[in-house]
Design a protein around this ligand. Structure first.
Ligand SMILES: Nc1nc2c(c(=O)[nH]1)N[C@H]1C(S)=C(S)[C@@H](COP(=O)(O)O)O[C@H]1N2
Ligand SMILES: [Mo]
Length: 369
């Protein structure tokens, strides 16, 4: 049986999520996921670095309990020397710190119609942290990667069942990506040790790739000579037309921009209200494919180019701003970013079965008094 046929049968039998897409109201299961996995409040877009606790969270199973004294990172597979490193040993290696914008591949899912049943993100599953740790390439060089290596598999301590398949959370990276100088084994977030929910004591951070790649609570790193076919690689995180489509893997972050909603919100609807007169509209834009090259803000159907701030890092979001003189009445504000590859955010949804990579523009409705 060819690999492709195997993969098709796998995905047809084991639905990546708990259920089929629906037009119905939110389910109790979606609400339960939403209460565990919180988004970033959009007002946090003001900060270059997302303050502790405001960064989004996505955890498939449970946050594992880790005894830092007993914890070791195992490195093995197609290497010259298998290693077992303690946290103290890792902290002695040369460290780097870099700001990285992480975004969940499912961001935007609940705006799709019909709605794929999984974590029901609106648009705020994003955050930017300053990650500190050892470059993965440094640790792999210590182990000595064999020439036949094709991928590196990262396994977390967390275990659970998804679509009937029991497994530890694991993802792989092609060897060329794993050897990039900016891929980090991080033990600090924003200058402090990792909070439990963000992967204590050690996590992977892969700048430019959707969040599922950045495996938390690392237990082992295995260098492999064949592509990895784990659940989170082969069944979850694919762009599929339907359940029986093998699809294509989700990898880099598609270009997106978000706006800090101006004015004040209505409690229940979160619709914005602001006084008439001058206001500066601000937000952030990012892409994992290439640098952000432009943001246009649509106000009542007219597009205005935003001014871009200096980027804080190659894979950190970039600030933008546009002045506006608000007239009394109802308005719709849109922001739309472009990156160096020429990719631009779509104005309408592009549906896919798992609700991945929906980088549709944000629309903010405001009432000017
Ligand atoms: N071990 C492990 N790593 C994981 C996950 C997980 O459930 N288990 N979730 C992934 C997903 S889908 C995302 S989007 C990011 C979220 O990282 P954060 O919670 O630190 O924001 O972690 C990734 N790493
Ligand atoms: Mo995610």
């Amino acid at each position: 049986m060819s690999k492709l046929i195997y993969r098709r049968r796998q995905s047809a039998r084991h639905r990546p999520h708990s259920g089929e897409p629906t037009y119905e109201a939110l389910t109790p299961e979606e609400l339960q996921l939403a209460a565990r996995n919180h988004a970033m409040p959009l007002e946090a877009l003001r900060e270059d670095i997302t303050p502790p606790g405001l960064h989004y969270i996505l955890t498939h199973f449970d946050i594992p309990h880790v005894d830092p004294g007993a914890w070791h990172l195992r490195i093995g597979g197609a290497v010259e020397r298998a290693l077992e490193l303690s946290l103290a040993a890792l902290k002695k290696d040369p460290a780097i710190s870099l700001p990285v914008t992480l975004e969940c591949a499912g961001n935007g899912r609940s705006l799709l119609k019909p709605r794929p049943l999984s974590q029901p993100w609106t648009l705020e599953a994003v955050g930017t942290a300053l990650w500190t740790g050892v470059p993965l390439a440094y640790v792999l060089a210590q182990a000595g990667v064999e020439p036949e290596a094709v991928e590196v598999v990262f396994t977390g301590l967390d275990e659970g069942i998804q679509a009937g398949i029991r497994h530890q959370y694991a993802r792989s990276l092609p060897i060329a990506e794993a050897m990039r100088g900016d891929v980090v084994l991080a033990y600090k977030m924003n200058g402090s040790e990792l909070p439990p929910q963000h992967g204590y004591p050690l996590r992977l951070v892969v700048p430019g790739w959707y969040g599922m790649t950045s495996v938390k609570w690392l237990q082992s790193i295995q260098v492999v000579t064949r592509p990895f076919h784990g659940f989170q690689q082969e069944v979850a995180y694919r762009y599929q037309h339907n359940a029986d489509d093998a699809g294509t893997p989700v990898s880099r972050i598609r270009v997106r921009s978000l706006m800090i909603p101006p004015g004040i919100p209505d409690f229940y609807t979160r619709r914005r209200v602001l006084p008439r007169g001058p206001v500066t509209l601000r937000g952030r834009a990012w892409s994992g494919e290439g640098a952000v090259t432009g943001v246009n803000v649509g106000i009542d159907g007219k597009w205005i180019p935003a001014q871009l701030d200096t980027p804080a890092g190659a894979f950190a979001w970039r600030g933008w701003s546009v002045p506006w003189v608000a007239d009394a009445g109802e308005h719709e504000l849109i922001c739309r970013a472009t990156d160096a590859t020429g990719a631009i955010q779509p104005l309408e949804q592009h549906w896919n079965y798992q609700g991945m990579g929906n980088n549709v523009v944000q629309r903010v409705k405001v009432t000017v008094e």
